[in-house]
Write a protein that binds this ligand. Structure first.
Ligand SMILES: NC(=O)c1ccc[n+]([C@@H]2O[C@H](COP(=O)([O-])OP(=O)(O)OC[C@H]3O[C@@H](n4cnc5c(N)ncnc54)[C@H](O)[C@@H]3O)[C@@H](O)[C@H]2O)c1
Ligand SMILES: O=C(O)C[C@H](O)C(=O)O
Ligand SMILES: [Mn+2]
Length: 540
């Protein structure tokens, strides 16, 4: 590749860092200003510009432009500022990008745009988007359930691009080996359908057989074209997410981040909290608030941990309760989803089951020690809810996980104040440390970003046939030992500033589990070395 084409290729472009010799050799003579810069000089110049941007969305747009032009420099800069950049590149600012995607569009960012009306174009689309690159990782979304903000049609492609940015920043996945994929199945959001500048298919979501067949053609075509690929599903709707995962997970390395990634990170957070409080998992009573993809996925993973620590399934299940819009879930409810059913309770377990139609009533009745919010219902962990939990549990673990920030069930300072400092808190998006009564509370970020990059890297390094339950469990345990239990106010999860270290630990644990189960398709005599060697780093 030479000349203008090379300058316009973000995977190969070095901009002003092309040396004079390279400029002569590659047909770049006269295409750049005379000064040859080092990557550090480029990064400094870019960071200065970044700092002039007034809002986080402006900052994100600036970084996206850099990403579009020069991936190496983008990741070099991200590496220097990882904890500061994550909330800008990723959640919560990514939600603003998605909501304004059509209006702000300037570049398709090397994504593959699949159109549900044209299944015959799937193969060509994947080929065009890959452009000869060997794709090892795809993040695909149909954007029916973006974060907690719902259906955003084609605009949801940004979540696939953003998750992949985190894969590289955290785990060193080579950006030339990844592909973000949008499945444009239409949208049910009226404002998009009515927006003359909306860039996606202008019709209601296609569901049912046509949708299922499209997904199947996509998955099988992608597998044929890229036989070493790990397939990450993101932000599908509650009705399709588990169905799709179950269809493919036993014969291909398939991952659903909302179900499995969140399950892992919350299990780690629970284990971290128990390490701090010296409690046993078997004594916990677990309440899900918002029993959708994430809520049920997390409960399944935490329950698996109860069982792994010696409890029978029946005993473990007795300690789990779920609340959704209708209140506590009961087994006579015809609207239960297949994922909710196993967690539904019987009315005769309670004196006044008819009263259990709101969170507070349920908290009073079941006395949870762990409360996890994945409801998209902001402010729902009220003072009374937190006070009631605190009255019944020495150390309530309260995790408001709904994203973005505006949807959090409660903010950490309130939870800590209302619980007189007894609650252990983790949130979906980053929050600043808080000082209350002389104790500084670091708030762990229970976001799947802490684990999905390492999970993917470990699976890819092992070329594992599938992503097994054992590999997932290994990931959940990998962050243990990184939580400092000796400090008052310590977070239940390691800080995002240690993202690279966490990702490497997770990757090693996952690859080890794959080997232990005989799922690896390459020999791995030295797993840590293999994981280390597989990581791309941003340099010219
Ligand atoms: N922190 C993380 O890593 C992480 C990961 C995944 C999802 N999430 C967040 O969790 C939330 C849910 O995501 P999801 O993928 O499970 O979506 P989902 O649509 O599958 O589930 C949401 C559930 O909440 C229920 N709900 C809605 N309003 C409610 C109310 N008023 N009271 C009780 N329940 C209510 C819905 O009926 C549904 O069952 C989102 O905000 C998302 O950002 C966070
Ligand atoms: O994207 C995130 O920040 C986490 C999670 O996958 C979500 O859907 O909220
Ligand atoms: Mn998600």
């Amino acid at each position: 590749m030479r000349g203008q084409t090379l300058l316009n290729n973000p995977f190969l472009n070095k901009g002003t860092a092309f040396t004079l010799a390279e400029r002569r050799e590659l047909g770049l003579t006269g295409l750049l200003p005379a000064t040859v810069q080092t990557i550090d000089e480029q990064a400094e110049q870019a960071y200065n510009q970044y700092q002039t941007k007034p809002t986080d969305l402006d900052k994100r747009l600036f970084l996206s432009q850099l990403f579009n032009e020069n991936r190496t420099l983008f990741y070099y800069l991200v590496d220097q500022h990882v904890a500061d950049f994550m909330p800008v590149v990723y959640d919560p600012t990514i939600a603003d990008s998605i909501e304004n995607y059509s209006a702000l569009f300037i570049n398709p960012q090397n994504a593959a745009f699949l159109d549900i009306n044209h299944p015959e174009d799937i193969a060509a689309t994947l080929e065009n988007a890959a452009d000869g690159r060997d794709i090892r990782l795809m993040v695909v979304t149909d954007a029916e359930g973006i974060l907690g903000i719902g259906d955003w049609g084609v605009q949801g492609v940004d979540i696939a691009v953003g998750k992949l940015m985190v894969y590289t920043a955290a785990a060193g996945i080579d950006p030339a080996t990844v592909l973000p994929v949008s499945i444009d199945a239409g949208t049910n959001r009226q404002t998009l359908l009515a927006d003359p500048l909306y860039l996606g298919n202008r019709h209601q979501r296609i569901v049912g057989d046509q949708y299922d067949a499209f997904i199947d053609t996509f998955v099988t075509t992608a597998q044929q074209k890229f036989p070493d690929m790990y397939l990450h599903f993101e932000d599908f709707g509650r009705a399709t997410a588990t169905k799709i995962l179950n269809k493919y997970k036993d014969n291909w390395p398939t991952f659903n981040d909302d179900i499995q990634g969140t399950g892992i990170v919350v299990t780690s957070a629970v284990l971290g909290a128990l390490a701090i409080t010296h409690e046993n998992i078997q004594d916990q009573i677990y309440l899900t608030y918002g029993a959708g993809s994430a809520g049920t996925g997390i409960a399944n993973r935490v329950m698996a941990e109860f069982m792994q620590q010696g409890m029978s399934e029946t005993d473990a299940r007795r300690r789990f309760y779920m609340v959704d819009k209708q209140g506590l879930l009961f087994d006579d409810d015809p609207t239960l989803t297949p994922e909710q059913k196993p967690f539904a309770r019987q009315r005769n377990e309670f004196e006044h089951p008819e009263a259990l139609t709101n969170l507070l009533a349920v908290v009073k009745a079941v006395k949870p020690t762990v409360l996890v919010g994945t409801s998209t219902n902001p402010g729902s962990f009220t003072k009374e809810v937190v006070e009631t939990m605190t009255a019944n549990a020495t150390y309530p673990k309260i995790f408001p996980l709904s994203n973005p920030t505006k949807l959090h069930e409660a903010m950490p300072n309130d939870i800590i104040n209302w619980s007189n400092g007894h609650a252990l808190v983790a949130t979906g998006v980053p929050v600043e440390p808080l000082t209350i009564n002389g104790i500084t509370y670091e708030i762990g970020q229970a976001n799947n970003m802490l684990v999905y990059p390492g999970l993917g890297l470990g699976t890819i390094v092992a070329k594992a046939k599938i992503l097994s339950d054992g590999m997932i469990s290994a990931a959940a345990h990998a962050l243990g030992g990184m939580v400092d239990v000796s400090v008052a106010g310590a977070p239940v999860l390691p800080p995002v500033s240690r993202l690279a270290e966490m990702s490497e630990r997770v990757a090693i644990a996952v690859a080890q589990a794959a080997v232990a189960e005989g799922l690896n398709q390459v020999d791995l005599p030295d797993i840590p070395a293999a994981v280390h060697a597989a990581q791309w780093s941003p340099k010219y």
